[in-house]
Design a binder for this molecule. Sequence first.
Ligand code: FAD
Length: 473
Amino acid sequence: MSDAFDIVIVGGGPGGYPAAIRAAQLGMRVACIERGERLGGTCLNVGCIPSKALLDATETYSLIRHGASGFGIRVPEVEFDLAGIMAHKERVVGGLAQGIDFLFRKHRITRVRGTGRIEAPDRVVVTPTEGGAPRTLTATRGVVIATGSDATPLPGIEVDEKRIVSSTGALSLPEVPRRLAIIGAGYIGLELGSVWRRLGAEVTVLEYLDRITPGLDAEIAEALQRVLEEQGFRFRLGTRVLGARRAGDDVRITVQPAQGDGAGAPEELAADVLLVAVGRRAFAEGLGLEALGVALDERRRVKVDARFQTSVPGVYAIGDVIAGPMLAHKAEEEGIALAEILAGQAGHVDYGTIPAVVYTWPEVASVGRTEEELKKDDVAYRVGRFPFSANARARSRRATDGMVKVLADAATDRVLGVHIIGPDAGTLIHEAVLAMTFGASAEDIGRTTHAHPTLPEALREAALAVDGRPMHL
Ligand code: FAD
């Protein structure tokens, strides 16, 4: 087998594998090096997909248990089988991983199992995972770093993936913890907290800031906190975690008020399982970047220019390992754009229209700028809101929590941001993404015919509300 390629990609996650497919579609000879057993990276193996499989399973259980009677459906007894739920998760992940293998075969992409180290701008040495002699791959058009991220550790807390877990351990707990404590009120903590809350765990979220989901529009974040509290979540905001340790079957967590002069007395909390979910950090260990001269930024992310080229010509980087939102679809867009650039085309990512979704119930989804950002930048804007309680389909689905919020430029009416909390928000947001991609005004959305009765009518109504004329409010 020849070891000469047009491009060599290190990392087979949602950045690396779409880059490989697009490059192959454009006629390039491609190798993709992945040290893990399966392609798909963090997202498929221990991220987006297993978490959604657990969220979908537990949401179904919760709907039958708590929601069926409201539809006039009597379900005398509902039980869950944790092993069955985990088997569902494994089937989803395994099936999708096979799907990527199929796509690699279809596009004649060479998959190399092992750990890559970039020896020169056109050369990667692979140490095979199964042992054996290292293999050297050469690239005529570029070497791509797509090595992703890993969980950020918290000083003073040692993750053992049993009682003190990262998101990876929290996806595979062998039993439902009676008390689950979570450090960090970001989307990963809230999604995994939802999974175990629905199965009966008492969930307490410890957050340093005085709000949840930093980065989300504050009004939407407050609404999310309220519904999660109604579901039984307990939030301790403004709380600094000083440390945590195992004590028999308990985890003892030491906390202190985050604000003030630090005089607040430390307090000890007990939990059966502690999930540390304080964020993720770029991962580029062992690639030999220092010797190669690839520049990193202050957060140790690989620095790239507008064409994803690092400080070393011929070496490129995409996905979680570079700056920007750590999201699978952002990594994928960058992988596709880079393959097109390397093929001489005008690959491009529109960073202003990357949606973000929190897959709790109800879901939260957003695109564009938040109200706080517009205020900070002194942008004159108008806002339209529409609650799902006034949407016919949401009422028929008994899913009336939440609202759609549209932010539009006061002078031009161009949509600047859309924020949704409510049923299927993660699906609904894409109409707003498309509208913003094409530079739509709020009036454009308001004048677009929406089928009745559907949830997307709430977006249309919020767009009309920007002009003070919603139809059903
Ligand atoms: P990764 O997916 O991290 O892939 C990098 C790959 O490179 C890995 O497979 C790794 O094994 C491999 N690698 C590293 N170094 C080497 C080396 N030297 N040689 C060979 N291989 C190497 N994002 C969303 O958009 N939606 C979600 O719902 C979502 N949910 C998430 C839930 C959880 C619990 C977590 C942890 C993350 C979630 N994310 C979600 C984030 C998403 O997983 C990441 O943004 C995405 O995986 C980044 O893709 P990537 O290709 O840049 O990196």
